[in-house]
Design a protein around this ligand. Structure first.
Ligand SMILES: *Cc1c(COP(=O)(O)O)cnc(C)c1O
Length: 390
């Protein structure tokens, strides 16, 4: 007989999924109800309102796509981009490359603006591309590049595009809940995120939001959206504003209980407090890593507190060390991707996982396996210093 599956209990400090809050895990096990049950409609309304809070937007078209972040990405591109369109795409890591792929699969042309991995998107290059391509319909960029740990200046990038009447598309899968996201303040027209990063929910849902301007573009399409499942014109019959909701697909009921709870937790803490908590634990981790002689890939002002991309010390076997962390400490950290493979580790401090216990635990484990000292002590001093100044 096949046995029931009981996963090992890990500490997840990689690029996602992150540790899921016990409150979310508990919510997932509540009784399943029908997806048109009046009680469920109330939960959907709550989720829309809470996502508007998390994204800082009044966009009516704000909801979770019933599939992971990659589906949120497809949803945004297939709805906004039509064959023959031109889209400027900024790439400074893995995820900008996926945007290009999406644009091309929509039958459109991607004009690439390249920056080195680990650097933020350069607004000067974006401005030059916008000037050189006055016929561009949209500009797409990654706010929080999970492959490198770099944050880009979303406010400036969006302003440049909007000043020229170009739609802005932003990936903030790793940003939401971890660093400032301000859709309305920045003027973002379409955004997608994920639940398994700084929201500390289970993977498999993708919050998206479209501005009124983007919604108009979707409604006025002459060419049908190539994806039936992700066509917002159809999805809105179920998620739309009115109380009349029609069947489109069966919503992932229990996963949405989880998202609801994750967003309730975020609202209780307060957005600004959540961002400050990520910063505080990042600072302590950075102090500890510095004492262990481990440096960062990204320059300080552009570092994402929730994704610490650090250089593997010379002579250390990357895969073997990560394997020992997993086997001996039940601790997962992330490997490097693409040109950074074998060169960096990606240490996540996402959502619920951004806490003092994890920071000290991770530093203690690295210290022991690397045969170095001083990491935990440096992090503890950093915590004491902030406690005193507070
Ligand atoms: C994780 C991630 C995605 C993809 O999300 P999935 O839920 O894995 O499909 C997209 N963009 C960025 C920046 C990410 O970090």
């Amino acid at each position: 007989m096949t046995q029931s599956f009981h996963p090992p209990v890990r500490t997840l400090m990689g690029p996602g999924p992150s540790d899921v809050s016990p409150r979310v895990l508990e919510a997932l096990g509540r009784p399943t109800i029908g997806h048109l049950d009046p009680a469920f409609i109330g939960l959907m309304d709550d989720i829309k309102r809470l996502l508007q809070y998390a994204f800082r937007t009044r966009n009516a078209l704000t909801m979770p796509v019933s599939a992971p972040g990659s589906a949120g990405m497809e949803c945004v591109f297939v709805n906004l981009v039509s064959p023959g369109d031109k889209v400027i795409v900024a790439q400074n890591g893995v995820f900008g490359g996926r945007m290009k792929e999406n644009v091309e699969r929509c039958g459109a042309t991607a004009v690439m603006v390249q920056d080195d991995w680990g650097k933020p998107v350069d607004p000067h290059k974006v401005e030059a591309a916008l000037k050189a391509n006055p016929d561009a319909k949209a500009f797409a960029f990654v706010h929080a590049e999970t492959s490198t740990g770099a944050r880009s200046d979303a406010a400036t990038l969006c302003r440049l595009a909007r000043d020229r009447g170009v739609l802005t598309i932003m990936d903030t899968v790793t940003g939401l809940g971890g660093v400032e996201v301000d859709l309305d303040g920045w003027g973002v027209d379409a955004v997608y995120s994920g639940t398994q990063k700084c929201l500390s929910c289970v993977p498999g849902l993708s919050p998206v939001s479209f501005s009124a301007r983007a919604q108009e573009v979707i409604q006025q399409r002459t060419h049908r959206v190539q994806s039936w499942f992700l066509d917002m014109n159809l999805v809105m019959a179920y998620w739309g504003g009115s109380s009349q909701r029609a069947y489109h697909h069966t919503a992932p009921i229990n996963a949405l209980y989880g998202l609801h709870e994750a967003l309730v937790v975020l609202e209780e803490e307060g957005l600004e407090n959540a961002w400050a908590r990520h910063r505080a634990h990042h600072s302590a981790l950075a102090a500890g890593l510095g004492a262990l002689g481990i440096g960062f890939v990204v320059e300080e002002p552009w570092r994402l507190p929730q994704l610490n991309c650090v250089t593997i010390p010379a002579g250390v076997d990357d895969a073997a060390l990560r394997r020992r962390l997993l086997d001996e400490y039940n601790l997962e950290i992330g490997a490097g991707l693409g040109p950074l493979a074998g060169k960096v580790w990606r240490i996540g401090l996402m959502g619920h996982a951004a806490n003092r216990t994890n920071v000290l635990f991770c530093l203690g484990a690295l210290e022991a396996l690397l045969g170095r000292t001083g990491g935990v002590a440096a992090a503890r001093s950093a915590y004491e210093a902030t406690a005193k100044s507070a």
